[in-house]
Design a binder for this molecule. Structure first.
Ligand SMILES: [Zn+2]
Length: 94
């Protein structure tokens, strides 16, 4: 996958089949971003704790949404088997 389709701002994360690949879900209540790992293979969900500024030591990321497109600071290194490491910039996976 090269790009997330969209970001959805939710108050509760969707469950089961309602949680779609290619969608970033931002829970504004608990400030958590969740999505399927973009590698497309490991089928693991990623969960990022969001703060006003990213803080690597505390594993906090920052999230900016512009015209429906999400940018996350800093990069995400997945602890999944796939060992993905990527940036999300305007929904695009770099
Ligand atoms: Zn993966």
């Amino acid at each position: 996958m090269k790009e997330f389709e969209k970001i959805e701002i939710v108050e509760r994360f969707p469950q089961g089949d309602n949680f779609k690949h290619g969608v970033l879900y931002y829970n504004k209540v608990i400030r958590m971003l969740k999505y399927f790992c973009p590698c497309g293979k490991c089928e693991q969900k990623e969960a990022l704790a969001i703060a006003d500024t990213f803080d690597r030591a505390q594993r906090l990321w920052s999230l900016e949404i512009n015209e429906g497109k999400a940018t996350v600071q800093a990069s995400v290194g997945s602890g999944n088997q796939c060992k993905s490491h990527y940036f999300i910039q305007d929904n695009v996976i770099l």
